[in-house]
Ligand binder design. Sequence first.
Ligand SMILES: [Zn+2]
Length: 263
Amino acid sequence: MITIETSLVQDRLVELIQLQVLYNRLYALQQRKGDLPQQIEDLQDRSVALYRSIQEIEAHIHQLEGDIRTLHVSNDNLRDHEHKLQKTLMSVRNEQEYYKVESDLKETRLTIEKNLKDISRLQHRVEAFRQRHAEEQARLNEIQALIIEKEKLLAEISERTRRQEEALEKRIQALSEHIQREDSRLFRLFDRRRRSLREGRALVSVELLEGREDRVACGGCYTLLPRQLQWELTQRNRIYVCENCGRFLVDAAFFEEVAASMP
Ligand SMILES: [Zn+2]
């Protein structure tokens, strides 16, 4: 088993247990916020993406409406031209001229027809874009309302827990400084472990296994450890560390005893 050398082992163990209990309380408080911060962040990402998409749709609509206006102007000019040609047709002097004017007239009418078809096609596209615009805008409004709702909830929870968190952080700070003064190496080992582990559980108690007389388990990673360790931990004269996960190990009764004595 890996042990850590220090003086006044029992005092240090009590302090490390106290520090862990404070961290456990702080973590439990932070858990009350659940995944709300993450949910809000995800919704904000979706809202930004939707906003961009809506802006792109607006740019498309703007472009298409410009094209439609151009076609209308073009048709107005073509209709003027058509009227002039119709008048000219009345006063042609020969067949050749008649044929020329008539073919121009035909060409002009075909172009007007083609433009009208283009206008109708473009208007359909504008309608489709407007439909998508309305749908995405509605979804964006929904998401933004949801963000406001969740932010309000998070603010309420934060407000309720803020004072408790601050009080815990102060106690953690004071206790950390004390341990650091007593044994800075021990504190560094503990703190490094805490920072690297999920939920910051750098110190755990060993767990008894049903039906296993010869083994106990690390309460952090559940690696099996010799039963002898259980007895050694009750002696409280050495600091043991799990060989697998590096967590500090104490016996469960000791942990409970210290936790129960804390305000
Ligand atoms: Zn372990």
